[in-house]
Design a protein around this ligand. Structure first.
Ligand SMILES: NC(=O)c1ccc[n+]([C@@H]2O[C@H](COP(=O)([O-])OP(=O)(O)OC[C@H]3O[C@@H](n4cnc5c(N)ncnc54)[C@H](O)[C@@H]3O)[C@@H](O)[C@H]2O)c1
Length: 350
């Protein structure tokens, strides 16, 4: 096992209630020899007392900046803007390897401090498959919100909830009209989540993955009442929908949910809208007559913080137990160095 010092940080984004390590897995880490320091965090879905009871040390929010140099700082989303130089090894979603806004600044901060980024998005097995992801619950929520909207029961603004509460709202009520649903990317994590939620709602969706979209039947697509797109596109393909398809008089489609949210990207399979929707306004009308509503929320799993944290943590735990030992962590570090080279940033010796 490991003698690593892990430091679970508070998330700076106020709406982020998820955590990459839940108390049950914190206990496993401590029992196997790791030191785990957990920062206090008012919005984290699990109270810090549960971590303390699991044998973790407790530290104030944001105190990772003065953590021992060898501590590995673990989080999910963005770091605060300070300090300018990052000296630690950090595990989180950096969103910094595809030239996103702020990408170069983040990598320069690592270069300035001699720290390293182990980006959770690039923690992959030897076939390149991601080992930790929130996809299932993203798809689940995407389909759940679609069903609620279609049945006229989607209340805004959205707030974080639990699966029990959500499922209660999802189950069909007397008088609910039947409808047909399509899931694209149906065999992936999000696709499975979407299919599961539709089943809870009493709908058996049509499931399309690569085999069914190679020779795309747009007429069949438009013949469904609702659609949830959950593909992970890695190379450009013809769009599933174009502007003119929305005006096709044969369109039955009334509610479209894009879990993928590749808006603006050359890989976008749904180039029929130009901005995502959000918790305040989850659905936007794209066409009036007949109506077509769009749901395209890019932080869906945050709406089920406990379930999504628990699944994510379960996938991360075995990797943390082997932190730094070759394999996935090695590939992750290689990817960091590659990103630095691509941006002309030279990381200092660790
Ligand atoms: N909106 C959110 O909050 C949120 C959260 C997590 C993930 N996502 C996004 O959801 C998408 C899916 O993630 P995932 O974890 O389920 O990925 P995944 O790799 O598990 O599954 C993707 C699926 O898409 C299929 N696919 C790829 N190209 C296709 C095509 N042209 N036609 C049909 N199927 C195709 C693949 O075969 C695979 O089954 C990603 O783009 C991810 O970034 C969004």
């Amino acid at each position: 096992m490991t003698d690593v010092h892990l430091w679970l940080r508070h998330e700076v984004r106020g709406t982020e209630r998820r955590t990459p390590i839940v108390p049950r897995d914190a206990r496993r880490l401590v029992e196997s020899g790791a030191v785990l320091t957990v920062e206090e965090s008012p919005q984290r879905i699990f109270p810090v007392a549960e971590y303390e009871a699991a044998g973790c040390r407790v530290a104030p929010a944001g105190s990772w900046v003065s953590a021992p140099r060898d501590a590995v700082v673990v989080g999910l989303k963005e770091l605060p803007d300070e300090p300018a130089g990052l000296t630690h090894r950090h595990v989180f979603f950096g969103h910094a390897y595809k030239r996103q806004p702020g990408a170069a600044d983040l990598l320069r901060r690592f270069a300035a401090g001699g720290g390293r980024l182990y980006d959770l998005e690039y923690l992959v097995d030897d076939t390149g498959r991601r080992l930790t992801a929130f996809g299932f619950w993203a798809g689940y929520l995407g389909a759940a919100l679609t069903v609620l909207r279609h049945r006229g029961r989607l209340a805004a603004p959205l707030t974080p909830t639990t699966r029990d509460e959500l499922d209660q709202a999802l189950r069909p009520a007397a008088g609910d009209a039947e409808f047909t649903a399509l899931v694209t990317g149906a065999l992936g994590r999000s696709g499975r989540g979407a299919r599961t939620a539709f089943t809870v709602a009493g709908v058996e969706p049509t499931a399309w993955d690569l085999a069914e979209t190679g020779n795309l039947d747009r007429r069949a697509l438009l013949g469904h009442d609702v659609m949830v797109n959950a593909v992970l596109a890695t190379s450009p393909v013809p769009p599933f929908l174009r502007e003119r398809d929305l005006d096709d008089p044969a369109r039955r489609l009334r509610t479209l949910c894009d879990v993928t949210c590749d808006v603006g990207s050359p890989l976008n399979v749904l180039p029929v809208y130009d901005r995502t929707t959000d918790w305040d306004e989850p659905a936007r009308r794209l066409r009036e007559d007949p109506p077509l509503d769009l749901i395209a929320i890019d932080n869906l799993p945050s709406l089920l913080p406990e379930e999504s944290s628990t699944d994510f943590s379960a996938a991360l735990l075995p990797l943390l137990l082997e932190f730094g030992v070759g394999g996935p962590w090695g590939r992750c570090l290689d990817r960091f160095h590659q990103a630095c080279r691509e941006l002309g940033v030279e990381p200092r010796e660790a």
